[in-house]
Design a protein around this ligand. Sequence first.
Ligand SMILES: [Zn+2]
Length: 456
Amino acid sequence: MDFKKAIENSMDSLVQDIAALCRINSVEGEEKPGMPFGEGVAQTLEAALKMGADMGFRTENFDGYVGHIEMGEGEELVGILGHVDVVPAGDGWNTDPWGGVITEDKIIGRGVLDNKGPIVTCLHAMKILKDLNVPLNRRVRVILGTNEETDWRCMNYYLNEVKPEMPTMAFSPDSEFPVTYAEMGLLQYTLTRDITEKIEIEGGSAFNSVPSSVKAVLDKSLEEAVKKAIEESAEKDAYLVETAEEGLVVRAMGVGAHAARLYDGKNAISLLMDLLAKLPLTGELKEVVDFYNEHFGMCLYGEKMGVDCSDEDCGPLTLNVGKVYTENGKLIFCCDSRIPVSFTIESIEEKVQAKVAGTGYTYEQASTERPLYVPRDSELVKTLMEAYSKVTGDYESQPRSSGGATYSRAMKNCVAFGCLLTDQEDVMHQANEYLEIDKLKIWLEVMLETIYQLAK
Ligand SMILES: [Zn+2]
């Protein structure tokens, strides 16, 4: 099929439609009747559904949680999974983040990349197929979620209450090209112990972030020992000491990162515990420091916890301690593991429990996400790769695995596919989110070829 002319003719309205959708602020807001995630999200869902209806597609709104836009006939269903909600604008914008600004060569606004631009691109690709009367054997359905950026309650409602027909195969254009065919399992847990002595250690903000800073308050008598330990440390600049009324405040500064890429960061808790190990500590504080260094230390891959493992698809398991704090006589470590797809979450959980048994720490699961895995030689992955390579000429990039969790996990036989191109700047969730129009044209070409190949 040669779609060149149709693509050329669609570009103007595609740009206008993306900008229009980005002019509605769809950050999650206060729940209202029929609007589980607030007015802006509900309006955006309605606007997207109207866009689909105006193109001549069937649409349906499931109580404001999820919307469908469907084309074609056939037994089987190809799913395209996206979302209409966005993260807050944040500071640092040079234009109105809700302006849907169109310049000569780009569209600027919150959501142009994540995820309104990709959704609207898929709709326009479907419209081209429809207008050209291209014969297709499978139906194509865009499935629009409404709170992907927060806690995926939209998908829970959809899967558990609506219980929809499931696509035979699906992709989620909410990541990058080419295909992400494996996403590691996720296990988050706390390790908690009782403390009766006064211990002050506090740092990190979330399970899934490498903490960039942590502080401990020590007895002032340790001042000389602390200074000496810092002097001898290979990471001298990572520490700050000051004497305050409450005691000797020691801070460790690391480098923040997402836990899925913890090797890009430096864990401040590990740096602090490494320093504290060199001090003449006693009592419960010494026990805490020893426990940390025996079970985590500076390891990134769970070696000391005895959970290190890896496979060909995903590489090694990662283990991040994202947060430590004390509360009501307890000290709590918050841990995040990304688990290669060949290993079960349960097997890792059992190992952690066995390892900490008898140490005085209690294991408690905080959350899990099943892994995603669609074989590289499956029809889905092969078709997506072929469509991508044919359009872009990029035959070098390979299907990838990731520690991150995309929306594609919500469904079986679904992978993340696009839309960030390999040479496109990733400004998702950042100020001045923009989409170049020449990149957008490539998106449309890839999506058109992809939807055609999957549905024909
Ligand atoms: Zn997204």
